[in-house]
Design a protein around this ligand. Structure first.
Ligand SMILES: [Zn+2]
Length: 397
């Protein structure tokens, strides 16, 4: 199963191997069997998160999967391995780099000396192919600012936060993408003046960048579970539900429709419970899978009430188109271009309908999705959902 058997088709992205980053990598493009390590980082509470011990028993964990195996095997929990486990407090005490040291020194051996594997005649090398995690986790690990209210809070570009409300495409000249050279320069500036809290959102040097074949500037993985399902989707479905409540239904009727709807046998467990509509928050109080279930069923739940030229409804349909593409396991080159335009149209319409409401930083991260997919293939294979399932297992044991 380790040996590549998948037949790439021109212009079709089904896996990492089909995408630009892999094809350009000095290791993976040459050594076809090189070990593709995908890391996932997260932290979690082992004690009661509401109790007085909060924070003390917080653990950080780095898991890994081998992307050489087909995606279907990588969603199985037995193929997600624990790479490192540490006290989250130690991150503050010693910094991430000290925690990463043993892992990075192993990876350096794998990069230079490689491994002898039974049944394969050549020594195989390997390295990190991508690092996944939620936005906050990745920013911490890579040495970026950990506040999304900061002026430079995007790990992909240098766009200032104020421009998130007006710039909706990477092609815009205001969007300057981070590169390895630029990142090096930012780190050097930090070294020459340690009093700087950060430079363009870079807080410190990341030890992962001492690897030969991996650099954080080439990490394209995005967190669709938190960006979309727990972020943008709930934020916007909430606005659309509020609109429906103001124009078409009373609160009881609206809740009744969501409650009584037949979500089908497979989706029954994921049905959304009572949603929070007027609590002033940015979400509906749903978990990722409930949010996905509600979003996909919105047209069947409320479509009968809406006129075909309704712009609020159009916004929801644009989001559904975007979600269908972003969550697809196979994509074409054409779809990435279509996605780029859907995101522009969607964000523009949002600002037109809600000029007083700010788009979230997560809306901004979406403008990078089309290029990220071109670089690493379908981002569904990167997402946190399965790792978090493994995590829950560890947490409860
Ligand atoms: Zn950006």
């Amino acid at each position: 199963m380790f040996k590549p058997r998948h037949m790439p088709k021109e212009g079709v992205y089904a896996d990492l191997r089909d995408a630009a980053y892999f094809k350009k990598s000095p290791l993976f493009s040459i050594e076809k069997d090189a070990i593709q390590i995908q890391l996932f980082y997260d932290d979690f509470e082992t004690a009661n998160p509401l109790g007085s011990k909060k924070g003390i028993h917080k653990l950080g964990a780095i898991y890994f999967t081998l992307r050489n195996f087909p995606p279907i095997f990588n969603s199985s929990l037995i193929n997600i391995h624990l790479g490192a486990l540490f006290h989250a407090q130690d991150i503050k005490r010693y910094g991430f780099n000290l925690i990463l040291e043993p892992l990075v020194s192993d990876l350096k051996v794998l990069e230079t000396e490689g491994l002898k594997v039974p049944r394969l005649k050549d020594v195989i090398h390997g390295t990190i192919v991508q690092v996944t995690g939620d936005n906050l986790g990745l920013h911490g690990l890579f040495g970026f600012v950990e506040s999304f209210g900061a002026r430079y809070c995007c790990r992909f570009c240098l766009l200032e936060k104020d421009c998130f409300q007006t710039v909706f495409c990477e092609d815009d000249p205001k969007v300057v993408l981070r590169t390895i050279e630029m990142h090096k320069l930012h780190c050097q500036t930090l070294q020459t003046d340690p009093t700087l809290p950060h430079i363009y959102g870079v807080k410190r040097i990341c030890l992962l960048n001492s690897l030969q074949y991996f650099n954080t500037a080439n990490n394209f993985s995005v967190d669709i579970m938190h960006d979309i399902l727990e972020g943008v989707a709930q934020f916007e479905v909430k606005l659309v539900l509020q609109y429906i409540k103001e124009n078409f239904l009373n609160a009881e009727q609206l809740a009744g429709r969501i409650h009584a709807f037949d979500y089908g046998y497979n989706q029954q467990r994921n049905r959304p419970p009572r949603v929070k509509l007027f609590d002033g928050s940015n979400d509906l109080g749903l978990n990722a899978i409930q949010s996905w279930c509600l979003l996909r069923n919105m047209p069947l739940l409320f479509g009968d009430l809406i006129q075909s030229d309704d712009q609020h409804w159009h916004l929801l349909l644009l989001l559904l188109h975007i979600v269908n593409i972003v969550f697809s396991p196979v994509l074409t080159e054409g779809m990435t271009i279509y996605l780029k335009h859907l995101i522009i149209d969607h964000h523009q319409l949002f600002k037109q309908l809600f000029p007083a409401i700010n788009l979230l930083p997560k809306h901004h991260f979406m403008i990078h999705y089309p290029r990220n997919i071109k670089n690493i293939g379908p981002v569904l294979h990167m997402w946190c959902m399965r790792y978090e399932a493994k995590h829950n297992f560890l947490r409860s044991n």
